[in-house]
Design a protein around this ligand. Sequence first.
Ligand SMILES: Nc1nc2c(ncn2[C@@H]2O[C@H](COP(=O)(O)OP(=O)(O)OP(=O)(O)O)[C@@H](O)[C@H]2O)c(=O)[nH]1
Ligand SMILES: [Mg+2]
Length: 471
Amino acid sequence: MSELLANTGTIAAIATAVVPQQGSVGIVRVSGSQAMAIAQTLFHAPGRQVWESHRILYGYIRHPQTQKLVDEALLLTMKAPRSYTREDVIEFHCHGGIMAVQEVLQLCLESGARLAQPGEFTLRAFLNGRLDLTQAESIADLVGARSPQAAQTALAGLQGKLAQPIRQLRANCLDILAEIEARIDFEEDLPPLNHAAIIADIAKIAAEITRLLATKDKGELLRTGLKVAIVGRPNVGKSSLLNAWSQSDRAIVTDLPGTTRDVVESQLVVGGIPVQVLDTAGIRETVDQVEKIGVERSRRAANAADLVLLTIDASAGWTEADQEIYAQVQHRPVILVINKIDLVEKLNNLETLDITSLHSGYPQTINQIVTTAAAENQGIDGLETAILEIVQAGKVQAADMDLAINQRQAAALTKAKISLEQVQGTIADKLPLDFWTIDLRGAIQALGEITGEEVIESVLDRIFSRFCIGK
Ligand SMILES: Nc1nc2c(ncn2[C@@H]2O[C@H](COP(=O)(O)OP(=O)(O)OP(=O)(O)O)[C@@H](O)[C@H]2O)c(=O)[nH]1
Ligand SMILES: [Mg+2]
């Protein structure tokens, strides 16, 4: 990255997803001082079209030496500073797929640009003061969002909803620092320091930091989502559950135990949280080589999951085999799914079943139990409610989607909080004013790292390497 920071050359990349035979439009983006010259070398706009910034031209991309036609395309030019990077930017809107965009990119590289690193356009936007670091991170989040709520939170971050309170806190710390330093430098000329007011101000800042830190879990859930594994004995209805939940026939369902051999995956959204659901092979002792491998994969999926749905057959009740499987997964959060509840209901001829009577025999350590009839698409709402209760994500659905910090931001906020606590300790211990300022500066530095006002290269490296090329 250090060489990146120094390098001011013109960069080029394909900005859209590169998928063979797909996408009606593909965009090649170029940024830097050579961008306009590259456009003029490669692009031919017939008729009397005016080459003007922020105008779209229609025409042809030709090989500059051979004049071979490469694509029929649109050209968008954006002169600095009115562009994403605040440099001169051009975009060739080519035909989709992979052939046209790759050829056009190649021509840009031959005409003086170099291939952009992942996130380099956004890095330039940051370095040129168009975005702060929280906004840059929000762009990566927006591109990676897997639920509407995750996108909404990212968008709020892009609007500066996260940067705003952080900047305010840093400004407040700077005000306090100025008050104290004035007393160090010009003690005689000023009224004495109002200790009580400073103590109160620092407490207020620390409280606001605590409030921001509390949004970290929500942020992580929205960004990375939840991995949920459905496990249980063969034939209890795990695949039926996946199908009912995802409203598809993703997994094969038969009345033969041992139907599912491999892990089957489906992507869902529950209460705004992206959820990856894994249906697994029924766990049992088997001599079948293929099934054996499947069972091993089930165990691994359960181990890697944030949450396990231990599924059992209501008509069979809690069996020894269920107990054994539970012993293998109980180190993860577990919801007990009592499936095929319709069979028990019929048996008892009950309109609504007394669930507590079903509980006997189940381990007391499982505190979330739901009943489903997967084959009849019943019980999914209850299952989702139980999941949201487990991740305590009720708040995610609340109207306040504006704030959700990420791990990097949380680490810096924690650093700021510790520094402020140290200032509080220093004041309580009646140490000289110089000591107050040391930790206060620490807090200011940490808060500045979040938005990028105080910037360390290694931080930039971590942030921008998350991006895709062309962003
Ligand atoms: N009555 C009733 N039958 C169900 C229910 N859910 C699943 N079944 C039936 O139970 C049988 C097994 O269902 P699957 O979903 O394949 O079970 P599984 O747990 O995935 O089985 P394996 O992949 O072999 O481990 C099928 O005949 C389903 O139709 C239910 O809620 N009620
Ligand atoms: Mg199955």
